[in-house]
Ligand binder design. Sequence first.
Ligand code: DLL
Length: 424
Amino acid sequence: MIHDPGAECMAEGERRALQAERLRAAVATAYASVPFYRARLDAARLSPAAFAGPAELGRLPLTTKADLREHYPFGLLAVPREQLARVHASSGTRGRPTIAPYTRADVDLWAELCARSLALAGGMPGDVVHVAYGYGLFTGGLGLHYGAERLGCTVIPASAGQSQRQVTLLRDLGAVGLACTPSYALHLAEVAAGSVRLRYGIHGAEPWTDAMRARIEAAFGGDAVDIYGLSEVIGPGVACECREAKDGLHIQEDAFLAEIVDPATGAPLPEGEVGELVLTTLRKQAMPLLRYRTGDLCSLARGTCRCGRTTARMSRVKGRVDDMLIVRGVNVFPSEIEAVVLESPHLAPHYQVVLTRQAALDHMEVQAEWAGERPTDDTAGRAELAHRLFERLGVHSDVTIHPSGSLPRSEGKAVRVLDRRGQA
Ligand code: DLL
């Protein structure tokens, strides 16, 4: 089921024209209502009246998280504060929170985009949808909640935590859809031990891999799709995979203009290349963002999808620009470590990476967990994992494999990396 075929299956030319019109309007509004953007555009000698649209996108200055921090909390509003219906905030723990303000129309748009996402996952009106993303300032819980209501579902606002009770509710209330982070889905799967069957899961807010998808789908029996978003831009619902193809996340292009740039230089990259995702909001009122650097690494693909949608698709997020680990000079993404760990049927889908410095050299330890009984002699198992990690990453790591159930489990975004290199 496609929730809004008009928006999601638009002909390419028609979409380009719509985006051009909305982009020009967004630039004009930002210039007229946000002093920060007026100063930026003036400095770039760019007059909204003369702005030609997407062809000239590269002339618009990039906006960064630092700009948001600098104008904390309400310095980038394009409407009077009284017109805000809601404020969420990012889950970041470093420094000031990043504020996500919404007008009533923004909340409405967000609900619409999350309804489209649930439909992408295979959701239908009448479904029981269990939302186990955190409720509160984090956008996951309320975003999917409003989306499921908009689609006409029965929503169970479980929020995160109390996993045993979650499993009881999932079973007793007959949920067919589960919304939570992929790491929490795996934990719930463990607690449910095969007692919960689902039609679909809609998982995001942190990077994950196809190997992890396979584990989640095997545990619950349904489709597990990837949903992407960030608080600053709107929350979940910016993009979502379709259950038919699971081949990239459909970007809601009537609401966002997506580009990929070189994270080092900010220069636009050709289609298909991996770089940093940059988003411009085309319909947001409270805090319109022009060319916002998400910090997320992915690539874009165009063309009609098997599901019938024509929207551009972003690849899974490979990691964040600032999450890339540099270990002895080698670039390492935690997602690559995950892929290697999950290739082994003897290991559980839980892992952690600990970085330390030993004799002035980076030292990486990968901690994994046995899926079942620990073998009496685990030397071969450890050597095998260390070898496969070296083949994939090009850098040596020590491997520890803990007994089943001993690594920490996450209820929200999983903490995969403990970087202790700065500590004495
Ligand atoms: O995580 C919004 C969200 C909630 C998305 C529920 C999906 C589901 P923030 O807390 O502001 O918002 O964090 C945004 O999380 O820039 C990415 O780095 C990361 N992220 C979000 N979705 C994905 C995903 C929410 N599907 C930041 N894959 C983003 C990988 C993701 N990373």
